[in-house]
Design a protein around this ligand. Structure first.
Ligand SMILES: [Zn+2]
Length: 59
């Protein structure tokens, strides 16, 4: 098993398990940091989370 981030693909040994997927700390901070003014990024990550969540609850 590698440490590839499910969202950005970065191989980060510090990645954490989120809904059964590996997510790097950078993506986690982007997901959880609602102060960001990069709305498009936020929508992108939100879409990824939704996909992962659906994958998680259907498996
Ligand atoms: Zn990432």
């Amino acid at each position: 098993m590698g440490f590839e981030c499910k969202i950005c693909g970065v191989d980060d040994k510090a990645s954490i398990n989120f809904l059964g997927k590996k997510i790097c700390k950078e993506c986690i901070s982007k997901i959880t940091n609602t102060e960001t003014d990069t709305v498009l990024d936020y929508e992108y990550y939100k879409a990824n989370i939704k996909e992962m969540w659906l994958d998680y609850i259907t498996n």
